[in-house]
Design a protein around this ligand. Structure first.
Ligand code: BDP
Length: 717
């Protein structure tokens, strides 16, 4: 198996024979339009029944149910408007947009969506149960926690190029674009739509946030229509990232000032052209005035001026704008000159005073932490500053700083920590999940975005195990109360096998993976300690200081960490609501795992665990990499229980991860040993007598190479 069907492979269920009596033989899908989600649901249900239970159900597509009493065991899938519940004596619980009612009895299955999309979600939920061998009666309504459940692709246009790259994509080239144009063959888009819809995703931004305006040429606009047509039967609407300076760089105007009439008109014209082709276009995503990207600040306009410019163009069509809070000015960050400079402060500072200024169809999209997708960050303080403006959390399925799919890192536990975190705004319960779903302020509703960056690789993301993150993302956006373990177990059964040993093994590896990665990469909130200058991949703690991105550790010979207190540091702790601020202001009350995020402390500082900072570094790195070694053995234990192709491909990655975790361990421990001069109490650091040095080997076809950073090789070569 290649992995291409992800968790929708509908593998034959081992106990199929005994279950058949409970399954429908006829499916009534209440929409005859082949491009409707309800029609899709009918086809998908038939496929699942055939594939999982070898049951050839017939599908009857009708616009309204022709029968008062349906014959035989049957399934009805429709919407509140196509299915006359009252006439059939059915009481449907309250449904909100995209929600569904699933009623399974031994005689019939009823799937009623609040809308077409909801019906499709109900169908996928039913199939999810069937795939796990669950045919038991059930009756419940399920409503999404938030209306925005989007994925962001960072696919490049590669205009004038010869390929279709994806920024921070580790699963192959773009399925949408190739050398500046929309691909002719969009087969994979169809498969991707199916996977996304099955976990409740309802929107997708197709192109890189570092956007390119060539999407707007007539040919590409027609291409967008083709893409939207593929997503529509799956209830997914497309959106686009915008390059703020397009009116000038692409449109030939002399300005891109968001308040200039010509600029406004230009964006209206473009938007009209898009909607003429894609009437259900979801809206725009904007990265502006960030990391060298043009934006409203170029003209001394506010971020709200920028967001509202786009918001007004899509408003008549019901579109929205996701305006990213990832705004900081890398040029002004200069750590050597200004001890108080702090990129973590930027978002709150830039959005200061703007809460009342945004148009009502603007949602601010905020990365989970104040810096950038690190292995451990506190929740972004901006979540507590927007009371009138809806917000969405931005997560990253693409493991940019987290091993880039070469390392297994199951992210649901990390995301849940973010979503559950209580900001205590005004001293009242204010969990992030209840801020983004609109409950906390009772204003607009925001939601969820995740950078996914799936590509043409048959594994979609680059490795088989990383797909659990996409599954869990969709499910958590639907219901943030879901348990990380339960999601994982369901995913494993659907993806690999029902065998309990497989389920247990994948669980053991996955649940240990984020803590292990944190242990062997960056501890105590010091950030991931990857190479900052280039790929964000392997260890390079030296690159964490003296870079223009403000990802600093401020490590010297005696101490380490960013002082973000109000008292002595950058004041970042004070950007949080009072109770949280007080916790972070004092090292005694700051949780150990964020200690160096908020405080600059001697290597000899004692943690709550009793260990010193430096000894914790050493211990954690040895512990984490030791855990990574167990992944290989665990995986080998299920060799005969899953298909050979996926077994071998994943094994290859786990062996690699085990090795790379040692590179991580030795690099980081060596680096801080060299810096601090404090030896490891257990005498491990710097002691590499077991190693075979490449430079001692007889090399044929290899050249000697001085490794940078030097500490990544035991003797530098
Ligand atoms: C950083 C990525 C960069 C993105 C940027 C963003 O390294 O490729 O453009 O975030 O989110 O993490 O805009």
């Amino acid at each position: 198996e290649t992995g291409i069907d992800a968790w929708l492979r509908y593998a034959p269920y081992p106990g199929a024979a005994g279950h058949k009596a409970f399954l429908p033989q006829t499916i009534f899908a209440l929409n005859t339009t082949t491009t409707s989600p309800v029609y899709t649901a009918g086809t998908e249900l038939a496929l699942g029944l055939k594939s999982i239970y070898d049951l050839q159900a017939s599908v009857e597509y009708q616009d309204a149910l022709h029968y008062t009493t349906c014959p035989g065991k049957h399934l009805i899938v429709g919407t509140l408007s196509s299915y006359d519940a009252k006439a059939h004596g059915v009481r449907v619980p309250e449904l909100i947009e995209d929600g569904y009612f699933l009623d399974i009895t031994p005689r019939r299955v009823l799937i009623i969506g609040q809308n077409e999309r909801g019906a499709l979600y109900g169908a996928f939920e039913y199939l999810n149960r069937l795939g796990q061998g669950n045919v038991a009666p059930a009756s419940f309504a399920s409503n999404p926690d938030a209306p925005i459940r989007w994925v962001n692709q960072w696919d490049n246009m590669n205009e004038g190029g010869t390929h279709g790259s994806i920024e921070r994509g580790y699963g192959g080239v773009s399925m949408f674009f190739w050398a500046g144009v929309v691909r002719e063959d969009l087969t994979r888009v169809h498969q991707y739509a199916r996977i996304l819809a099955s976990v409740g995703i309802n929107g997708i931004v197709l192109n890189n946030v570092n956007a390119n305006a060539s999407l707007f040429n007539e040919n590409n606009l027609d291409g967008l229509k083709r893409i939207a047509d593929i997503f529509r039967p799956y209830g997914i609407r497309i959106g686009l990232s915008l390059l703020f300076s397009s009116p000038q760089s692409y449109g030939g105007l002399s300005t891109f000032d968001p308040l200039d009439e010509r600029v406004i008109q230009w964006w209206h014209d473009i938007t009209d052209k898009i909607y003429a082709r894609v009437p259900d276009f979801a809206g725009y995503l904007s990265k502006a005035s960030s990391e060298g990207q043009p934006g409203p600040l170029t003209y001394n306009r506010t971020l709200a001026d920028g967001a509202n410019l786009f918001a007004r163009t899509v408003k008549p069509y019901g579109g929205i704008v996701l305006f990213r809070a990832f705004v900081y000015d890398s040029k002004t960050l200069n750590q050597t000159l200004d001890w108080k400079a702090d990129r973590a402060n930027a978002a709150v500072e830039f959005f200061e005073g703007l809460d009342t200024e945004f148009a009502d169809n603007v949602v601010v999209q905020i990365k989970y932490g104040p810096i950038d997708f690190q292995v451990r960050e506190p929740v972004s303080p901006l979540f507590s500053h927007l009371r009138q403006t809806p917000s969405a959390v931005e997560l990253q399925v693409s493991q940019e700083y987290l091993g880039q799919q070469a390392h297994v890192v199951y992210l649901a536990p990390m995301w849940k920590e973010t979503l559950d975190f209580d900001m205590r705004i005004d001293g009242k319960p204010s969990a992030v999940k209840n801020i983004i779903n609109g409950q906390r302020w009772n204003t607009g509703r925001g939601g969820y975005a995740a950078v996914v960056n799936a590509g043409l690789n048959s594994t979609w993301l680059g490795s088989h195990l990383s797909l659990s993150n996409l599954y869990a993302y969709g499910k958590l956006a639907w219901d943030p109360e879901s348990s990380a373990e339960e999601l994982l177990d369901a995913w494993t059964r659907l993806t690999f096998s029902h065998d309990q040993a497989v389920v247990d093994t994948v669980r053991e590896i996955s649940m240990a993976s984020w803590p292990a990665y944190e242990d062997y990469s960056g501890n105590l909130g010091v950030q991931t300690l990857t190479d900052i200058l280039n790929g964000h991949y392997g260890p390079n703690p030296a690159s964490q200081d003296g870079n223009p991105w403000g990802q600093w550790t401020r490590a010297d010979g005696f101490s380490i960490g960013m002082d973000r207190t109000l008292k002595n540091g950058t004041g970042n702790a004070a950007q949080y609501p009072a109770e949280v601020a007080a916790t972070y202001e004092d090292p005694e009350t700051t949780p150990d795992n964020l200690l160096l995020w908020f405080h600059h402390l001697p290597y000899t500082y004692r943690l709550k665990s009793g260990s010193t900072v430096i000894q914790h570094f050493y211990d954690a790195h040895y512990r984490g990499s030791a855990v990574a070694q167990t992944f290989v053995t665990l995986w080998e234990g299920i060799k005969d229980k899953i298909d050979a192709q996926r077994y071998e491909e994943q094994l290859f990655r786990l062996v690699y991860q085990a090795g790379h975790s040692l590179v991580w361990r030795d690099s980081i421990t060596n680096f801080y040993y060299n810096k601090s001069g404090i030896p490891d109490e257990l005498g491990r650091v710097g002691n590499y007598k077991y190693r075979v040095e490449a430079e001692d080997m007889q090399l044929d076809g290899y050249v000697k190479y001085q490794v940078k950073p030097f500490e990544s090789a035991s003797r530098g070569w």
